[in-house]
Design a protein around this ligand. Structure first.
Ligand code: IMP
Length: 456
């Protein structure tokens, strides 16, 4: 069977931990979208692994697949594999030949376009994600499989690179260097192709995954980023360029929707909200210079709110895994979660980080929005309308700081009662049962109520 793990907010919900938790029962873990923009931290045997491309299941000795829906930077891929090897692991990673390759000019153009866009900039990770997906859709991309065939690689580069060079130089007026040099790119990427071939790393992902399922193996489909930054269902244009929602799990893995749909789809929810990047955020607390629209930081915000935001940011370690940028934080946004639950059809929830909110007198939740005098229970389709939504809050009594390691050992009933009330409110509103509750960063600090692979 398959279990699909989907971020239900803005990314950084703790998906890596959930993949890691249920990954024991999985034989293969496949990513279906995104690239090295996806910072995930996995804690295993007391060691912390920070990954951005390699599926987090690979840390636990599972076969890790980068599906056709991914965009792959071979340089990052090999760096991460080499680092894991140096730390004594032997990751088995396969890359879909249909996945698209991130080239150096994609990264350069990502940076240039972000600067040009000003207010419309998404605050990207500048890893070249958007420009690579653009080329995929524009039918001028270079797939991983093309790196294995030098003639095809050269032909593709000769077509596309002059266009990219003209874009950078003539449209944006920038100087270009070796990132736009056909010969340099050809030599470098041909070498990557050789290493991929030597290590037997490329695969026809859909066929491989279906064969494994037919043999009775368990497959986990690991989403990156989150629903509200999905290219179709997110807060466009402040989004990433792929589909983190469960539909992406079919298209981006090569498995049919009937196969993925027979399995489970687990929505990962963080007990509050955090975001790296720009755009509106109705339940935001305080703000972050350069990310919160119109935020100046000099007295514009409410002091109590700023203090609360700093508390949550520090307690939750809300600084980007990849970039180290402080993240914007806010209360849980229920319209955002209802939208996510519908778009992906969650069959279960994993709610993380309730420990971060411990010690507060009161915990608020954006239950609905008020928009032009009406109550909205889900997100409006345009970001402009979303930006005009005012959150209407519900208040919950806070829960105390406790020994979360003990709570994790004792199980769900040991969670402070007020925190359980909060969790059950979320599950009721989303119409999906709680499968797991994260009470700390470690694997053993997650309380498991249900293992989706047990019900096969
Ligand atoms: P890109 O994916 O680098 O193009 O960035 C587009 C938007 O998605 C930006 O707002 C990023 O901050 C956000 N983003 C990309 N990857 C992640 C992630 O793994 N977690 C959270 N936000 C992300």
């Amino acid at each position: 069977m398959t279990v699909t793990i989907v971020g239900s907010q803005l990314g950084d919900e703790g998906k890596g931990g959930v993949v890691d938790l249920y990954g024991d029962a999985a034989d293969v873990v496949a990513r279906y979208q995104g690239g090295d923009n996806a910072g995930h931290t996995v804690v295993y045997d007391g060691d912390k692994y920070k990954l951005s491309l390699v599926p987090s299941g690979a840390v636990r000795g599972k076969v890790g697949i980068l599906g056709n829906g991914c965009v792959v930077n071979p340089e990052t891929l090999f760096e991460e594999i080499d680092t894991l090897r140096e730390r004594g692991l032997d990751p088995d990673i396969r890359v879909a030949e249909r996945a698209h390759t991130i080239l150096p000019y994609h990264r350069v153009l990502d940076g240039i376009e972000e600067d040009e866009k000003e207010d419309l900039a998404a605050g990207t990770t500048k890893r070249g994600i958007g420009p690579t997906y653009e080329d995929k859709m524009g039918r001028r991309g270079i797939r991983i499989g093309d790196l294995l065939d030098p003639e095809v690689l050269r032909e593709r580069l000769e077509y596309v690179v002059p266009q990219k060079k003209a874009l950078a130089e003539d449209v944006f007026g920038k100087e270009t260097g070796e990132a736009f040099d056909i010969e340099h790119l050809y030599e470098t990427y041909k070498d990557y192709g050789e290493r991929l071939a030597e290590e037997g790393m490329t695969v026809d992902a859909g066929t491989y995954l279906q064969d494994r399922i037919d043999e009775g193996d368990n497959v986990m489909l690991e989403g990156a980023q989150g629903t509200s930054i999905d290219i179709d269902h997110g807060i466009y244009p402040y989004v990433t360029s792929s589909n983190p929602t469960a539909g992406g799990a079919c298209v981006g893995s090569g498995l049919g929707p009937t196969v993925v749909g027979q399995g489970e789809v687990i929505g990962v929810v963080k007990a509050y909200l955090s975001r790296v990047g720009t755009g509106p955020l109705p339940t935001e607390l305080g703000g972050v210079e350069g990310q919160t629209p119109e935020y100046t930081g000099d007295g514009a915000g409410d002091e109590d709110e700023e203090e609360l935001a700093t508390y949550i940011r520090d307690e939750g370690g809300e600084y980007g895994t990849v970039t180290g940028r402080p993240r914007r934080v806010g209360w849980l946004d229920m319209p955002m979660l209802r939208h996510a639950a519908r778009a992906s059809g969650f069959t279960g929830l994993a709610i993380n980080h309730i420990d971060v909110l411990a010690g507060l007198d009161e915990v608020e939740v954006g239950h609905a929005y008020e928009f032009e005098g009406e109550e909205l229970l889900t997100m409006p389709p345009t970001t402009e309308k979303w930006g005009r939504c005012e959150a209407t809050f519900r208040s919950f009594d806070g829960w105390p700081e406790v020994d979360w390691a003990d709570v994790a050992e004792d199980g769900y009933e040991a969670i402070p009662e007020n925190a359980r009330t909060y969790l059950e409110y979320v599950a009721d509103e989303l119409g999906a049962p709680i499968y797991a509750v994260g009470v700390g960063p470690g694997r053993e600090e997650t309380i498991v109520l249900e293992n989706p692979y047990d019900g096969e």
